[in-house]
Design a protein around this ligand. Structure first.
Ligand code: BGC
Length: 446
């Protein structure tokens, strides 16, 4: 049966425009459903939001001392050494970045942790004396972990394409400790295990006492916030200094969303079907793939490049989110950067109409992502302060927020549509590479 009204390019694009547009009413619904999932998660009921107590209170800014930090959350990991000087001041950290390859990401967990321990050893080798001291380490581990203490927790499941064997269900600090011991680094004591959102929030919170939310919008996505212990029914541990605790929401798994066929196709083909539904709509690991699936639909209908197939749009994972950024940033009259990109990708001939269509689809996909992020952010802040009676600083980091053209502006517009003038109470501040530094700060809080 022919699909009435979707046969011409214009009609089909209109259909895509309508499908990808998140209306204000829909954003309001996201906020409502987010609140209800947050409450269920805090009560220990079934919810797509894990709402994990992190055992961490807000930093005071007075923390002092020397720490090392390990920041693991993607294909790169970093080792840092830094000094907290108190009064919210840090000395410039010594940092080294290392790359993980496929063998570490999808091989044996032991190999992954063994490699990390070796690199930490190499990092410290520069400083002979430090090899015998007791060194306190803050471990930022950017995957969903059910924490069992400030420095212990079990991996609930890998995300972002990781699949190293023998780690899910295990205490990741124990795995790191045993790799450190095997490498003669028994003098390192893991003082804290923290999610990257928590590190990011702690890093900014060290100098800005209004900071009560941390967000990552990068390869993966997530947020944390400061919650009152009295509204966390599932918490039965001790009290904290301020009666509050940072909660790792694991918002990437939020699933009360209107999904399109494209989202469903992406999810089915992913390494973790049925999980990380919000993450699959808004984060850098997936945005390019959503756009690719849509554009491939145009090609197979003969509505783009005269139906000519090419791997960049035809093969899963080939069209990266950074290509979308490049395409959307092209404001030249002829879309000449898009021409260049297409040529590099083996597509020699494109019409101006083809290029406009590609750019428009990329914009629709990223705009939906920014508006869904705004709704999730608004939900977290109004959970803390429904009337928005005070200023809230959101510490944010991640390539999508930082680099994708228009993303931060579209989030701001979304917040204003949802919260009107009160959106001005929300200050969003970049905490570039804050997750590792933050882990050291938390180690000091601990
Ligand atoms: C993980 C989170 C993490 C986020 C950002 C997600 O895939 O589940 O724990 O905070 O990525 O790195």
């Amino acid at each position: 049966m022919a699909i009435i009204g979707r046969n011409t390019k214009k009609e089909y694009l209109q259909h895509i425009e309508n499908s990808f547009t998140l209306t204000i009413a829909e954003m309001k619904n996201i906020v409502k459903d987010f609140h209800s999932e947050m409450r269920r998660g805090l009560a220990g009921l079934k919810s797509s939001l894990a709402m994990i107590p992190t055992y961490v209170d807000k930093p005071t800014g007075d923390e002092k001392g020397e720490y090392i930090a390990l920041d693991l959350g993607g294909t790169n990991f970093r080792v840092l050494e830094l000094k907290l000087k108190g009064k919210g001041k840090l000395s410039p950290p010594r940092v080294r970045k290392y790359v993980l390859d496929k063998r570490h990401i999808s091989g044996k967990g032991e190999e992954l942790f063994g490699y990390i321990a070796q690199r930490i050893k190499a990092f410290l080798r520069g400083e002979k004396a430090r090899q015998d001291d007791v060194l306190k380490l803050g471990f930022t581990f950017s995957f969903p972990v059910e924490q069992t203490g400030i420095a212990s927790g079990e991996l609930l499941g890998w995300t972002k394409g990781f699949s190293a064997r023998g780690v899910v269900g295990k205490d990741v600090v124990m795995l790191l400790n045993s790799a450190l011991a095997k490498n003669g680094l028994g003098n390192i004591k893991v003082a804290v295990l923290a999610n990257d959102t928590v590190g990011t929030m702690a890093c900014l919170g060290y100098e800005d006492q209004d900071c009560d939310v941390g967000v990552i919008l990068g390869t993966g996505t997530n947020a944390c916030y400061l919650e009152k212990l009295s509204v966390i029914p599932k918490w039965n541990g001790p009290n904290t200094r301020t009666g509050h605790m940072i909660i790792n929401i694991e918002w990437g798994n939020f699933n009360k969303l209107r999904r399109l066929d494209y989202d469903i196709a992406l999810d089915k083909a992913s390494e973790n079907p049925g999980r990380q539904i919000l993450e699959k709509m808004i984060s850098g690991m997936y945005l390019g793939e959503v756009a690719r699936i849509v554009l491939n639909g145009f090609i197979s209908k003969g509505l783009l490049f005269d139906g000519l197939r090419s791997p960049i749009f035809n093969k899963r994972g080939h069209f990266k989110t950074e290509y979308m950024s490049r395409i959307e940033a092209d404001c030249s009259k002829n879309l000449s950067e898009v021409i260049r990109f297409l040529k590099e990708s083996g597509i020699r001939n494109s019409t101006f109409e083809d290029r406009c269509l590609i750019k428009r689809v990329c914009e629709l996909v990223s705009n939906r992502a920014a508006r869904a992020s705004a709704a999730a952010m608004a939900a977290v802040i109004t959970k803390i302060d429904p009337a928005l009676s005070k200023t809230h600083t959101v510490a944010i980091d991640g390539s999508v927020y930082e680099k994708h053209p228009g993303f931060s502006k579209n989030i701001r517009t979304g917040l204003e549509e949802l919260l009107d003038k009160k959106a001005s109470k929300i200050k969003i501040s970049m905490a570039k590479d804050g997750s590792g530094k933050g882990a050291a700060i938390i180690a000091a809080v601990a």
